[in-house]
Design a protein around this ligand. Structure first.
Ligand SMILES: [Fe+2]
Ligand SMILES: [Fe+2]
Length: 336
């Protein structure tokens, strides 16, 4: 009898209907030593299918298919192990043509949701998490629909494959930009999703920039390499050219390094002609970058990052800065 044929032992049956969550067997890569146990649902019980440490192979997947089992379950207590597994394997999962598009979209959503929890826990005031987590989850759900419907998962896979840190930065920017823009009379609420999608994809073009350039202080790069780095804004738009992007999404990707005093790139567009949501993203992107460690400097504290930005205040929109500070202090962001 192979592992796949092994009946689930009764002693592992559990009546707990609370903590288990469903996963498609297609989302589990073949492994020789499982990182978490997989269960089958039988009525209100969950019975062990493969233990943590067991193999999971094509034979297991075929057996499940023969039994007509579309979902296996993971114990909620192992959510952390599942999250790490998902993030590590996300680029492969997103590009796996054998997995239906909706399931790949769901994998992206689940992985992003877990990363989002970390953004909230580690980088935002506690009160904010309670009030606003559902809104942001909804925004991600819309993103998932977009990526799945439009075959854009390849671009997401590109971004994720550059490592968890840069993906975490993209999510961090999307969350902060959402909070800074939500309720602002300068941003149409109907366009907020398109803005957040742009914030999520803003650095997509960096996937075309050699890693050794990204690993060095931009201020110290020779001109040729600095140009390559700066090309990432336009390159990001080119990578998405085949997708039905909203204007706001494209503007976020193309203009996130523009500055209010006209000192930014790619075009040196002054603040008067930049949409507010672009200026909000520029503020959030800079803050998020400063508060993360870079290969050439340690992370700044939130206070140090804001002080640095105030020293360069001509670059940033006053209202966007004020709203970011409100978000970070846990205060209600003004709606007027
Ligand atoms: Fe960028
Ligand atoms: Fe960025």
């Amino acid at each position: 009898m192979t592992d796949a044929d092994r009946p689930a032992p009764d002693s592992s049956s559990t009546q707990d209907t609370e903590g288990f969550f469903p996963v498609s067997p297609l989302m589990i890569r073949n492994w020789s030593k499982g990182r978490f146990a997989l269960y089958l649902r039988q009525g209100n019980s969950y019975v062990l299918y493969t233990s943590k440490g067991d193999a999971f192979t094509d034979a297991h997947r075929r057996k499940l298919d023969d039994m007509g089992v579309l979902l296996v379950y993971v114990d909620g207590a192992e959510r952390g192990a599942y999250a790490s597994y998902l993030l590590e394997n996300l680029p492969d999962l997103l590009l796996d043509e054998n997995i239906p598009m909706e399931q790949r979209g769901e994998a992206w959503y689940q992985a992003s949701l877990m990363a989002l929890r970390r953004v909230f826990e580690e980088r935002l005031p506690k009160g904010l998490a309670k009030r606003r987590f559902a809104e942001i989850s909804e925004m991600l759900r819309t993103g998932m629909d977009f990526f799945s419907r439009n075959g854009a998962l390849k671009q997401v896979a590109r971004m994720v494959s550059r490592g968890y840190k840069s993906y975490h930065h993209s999510l961090g920017c999307a969350v902060l930009t959402y909070f800074v823009c939500a309720g602002s009379p300068k941003v149409d609420p109907e366009r907020l999703h398109a803005v957040c999608l742009g914030a999520l994809l803003h650095d997509l073009g960096k996937t075309l920039v050699p890693q050794d350039i990204l690993d060095r202080d931009p201020e110290t790069l020779p001109l040729g390499e600095r140009e390559k780095l700066r090309a990432h804004a336009a390159a990001g738009v080119a990578l998405c050219a085949h997708l039905p992007m909203e204007r706001e999404t494209v503007n976020c990707i193309l203009l996130h390094h523009e500055r209010v005093d006209g000192s930014g790139y790619p075009a040196g567009v002054p603040g008067e002609v930049q949409p507010f949501y672009v200026k909000a993203l520029a503020v959030c992107d800079t803050y998020d970058n400063l508060t993360r460690p870079a290969p050439w400097r340690p992370a700044r504290t939130p206070y140090e990052a804001l002080r640095y930005m105030k020293m360069h205040k001509d670059c940033f929109d006053v209202d966007a800065m004020r709203r970011l500070i409100s978000v970070l202090s846990g205060a209600e962001v003004p709606t007027q």
